[in-house]
Design a protein around this ligand. Sequence first.
Ligand code: UDP
Length: 243
Amino acid sequence: MRTNEAYVEIKGIPFLNTTSYELLTQHLYPALEERKNIFMVTANPEIVMEADRDREYAKILREADYVIADGIGVVIGSKLMRKPLPERIAGFDVMEDLLKKADHEQLRCYFLGAKETVLHEAINNIKQKYPQLIVAGQHHGYFDLNDANVVNNVKEAAPDIVFVGLGFPNQEKWIHQFRNEFSHGLFMGVGGSFDGWAGHVKRAPKIWRKLNVEWLYRLIKQPSRWKRMLQLPRFIWHILLKK
Ligand code: UDP
């Protein structure tokens, strides 16, 4: 268990106690410069509750280098525990910062996940915005997780950053299973971010994000998500019970 003040442990998951700025400047950019092998998880309450149900998944999250609080529910939970995390760090924003960095430094990015056409559109849009970034490779997300051809394809691309958009828990399971086969690379699960980049799923306008109600916007736009979102009150309830 990681107990120092650099982490806040919520239901057994060690969240990095940091701001988005510090995450980038003190952890991720130096890791890229030093060509380290890094696994980052952007976890929301749904992910924490999945880890509560699936022990193997919980172990995978605990063994990641960084778990960051991608959900206002996690920040609220930390406050209820009186170990407040400073802010929500949206995975989509971290991905964008990394793309920007890749553009500046001409880093090699691999994009794994989503449907073939969605991935193609996403990468086109990313390349338009960040033309200097190198697309080291890409593969859609509908494959057997153990398929050696996929991991070999990623390895041959020698990526500096691997964005894995298979949805949780599979994206974290895939990264955990294969990351040690890479000499270096920043591995990050990005959920449905490729759909966002392709323009298929719109992000909440800034004001909604500022008010921390991006989740409500998503629920209105994709009502089929309501069942998944019930994990949020369950998560808060679990924390209150523990108090
Ligand atoms: N996906 C995939 N392979 C699968 C199942 C899902 O690549 O076998 C992709 C899916 O196309 C979507 C993403 O994973 O792009 C999951 O998006 P969702 O919004 O469910 O993820 P979240 O952001 O909530 O983790």
